[in-house]
Write a protein of this length. Structure first.
Length: 337
């Protein structure tokens, strides 16, 4: 695992951050204060800070996708900002649903400001995202708004499936991967397609870049599921084995349960008997290792990475941005946070 940030993420971040700040100024003061805190711009009292606003992979892909089809990154900036707003709205609401009290080594929005304020802030971000695209005077602005709306609906479907799976022990590998495609693949698919749409590309280029993002989304989720169990809390910003503690049916958990046998049966018994205390949690992690579930999940990540990179092969794209997209894809599968 590495933490070297790709040059393309470093290069695109200032443009995205500046545009996000401008968009945030449109929110009412109270909501703006909460959103600024979540995005790492300020502390709980509204004082400016130098914070960690996340990896910003999605908006970078949107800008690079526009460059890949021969347009300047500014052409896709409304899409990049809108997508980042939708992604962060989902994080705020996800923390509420999961009861997570910490994100990026700080209290989550709901833990600090309350559940009601968190829901309202998330709703405001989603609404603002659509406004940014619908206000784009170019014909492709409305096309991009429809694309983002479809992706948001699919992401919400995935969140619903993820929540429903927590109380089930019969989730299949196929169902789990479909849920991951909805929950995570949808917005990364939109990252590629929005850049292509706002960059004026033809439908074939839009399709290829959408497919690149969707496969990268499954790669991203598989790695995230590994980090959610085996990641170091001081790096991930979340408690150890937090996904397993919440009994989420992540890819490695579903793999182990589907494998059956003694280890799979014992894991099922552990997950059937209430909250996992520390000793039972450690045993559950050991059973996942025994089933080979971490290695299997990383194989899923590698397989979808190959599919993602295959969409960038051939003619029709500008080589430089394609190289940047490849580097970001490699970063996603090797990250440790």
């Amino acid at each position: 695992m590495i933490r070297t940030i790709p040059d393309a993420l470093v290069r695109t971040r200032p443009m995205v951050q500046a545009a996000l700040h401008r968009a945030g100024e449109r929110l009412s003061p109270n909501i703006r204060r909460i959103v600024a805190y979540h995005l790492g711009w300020s502390d709980a009292d509204g004082r400016d800070v130098e914070g960690d606003g996340g990896k910003a992979v999605r908006p970078a892909i949107t800008l690079l996708a526009a460059e890949a089809v021969g347009s300047p990154p500014e052409a896709a900036l409304p899409g990049a900002v809108a997508l980042e707003l939708v992604h962060n709205f989902s994080l705020i609401h996800d923390d509420v649903m999961d009861g997570d009290r910490e994100r990026r080594h700080r209290p989550t929005v709901w833990a600090l400001f309350g559940v009601g304020e968190a829901i309202i802030a998330g709703d405001a971000m989603m609404t603002l995202a659509q406004e940014l695209l619908l206000e784009d005077p170019r014909p492709m602005g409305h096309t991009a708004a429809r694309e983002l709306s479809r992706a948001t609906a699919e992401m919400i479907q995935g969140q619903s499936e993820d929540l429903a799976f927590e109380s089930r022990l019969d989730v299949t590998e196929e169902q789990c991967l479909a849920m991951c495609g909805h929950k995570t693949g949808s917005l990364l698919a939109a990252a590629g397609s929005l850049g292509a749409i706002l960059g004026g590309a033809d439908e074939n280029a839009v399709r290829r870049l959408r497919s690149f993002g969707r496969h990268l989304g499954l790669t991203f989720q598989a790695v995230d599921d590994v980090l959610g169990i085996w990641g170091r809390p001081n790096v991930t910003g979340k408690p150890a084995a937090s996904d397993l503690r919440q009994q989420k049916k992540t890819i490695p958990v579903v793999h182990a349960l589907s494998a059956g046998g003694r280890a799979g049966g014992e894991l099922m018994n552990l997950l059937s008997n209430g909250e996992l205390a520390d000793d039972r949690l450690a045993r559950a992690v050991a059973l996942l290792e025994e089933c080979g579930s971490r290695a299997w999940t990383l194989e899923i990540a590698d397989r979808h990475l190959e599919h993602a990179l295959a969409e960038l092969e051939g003619t029709g794209f500008v080589p430089g941005p394609v190289s940047d997209l490849r580097e970001i894809a490699g970063f996603v599968v090797r990250r440790d946070f």
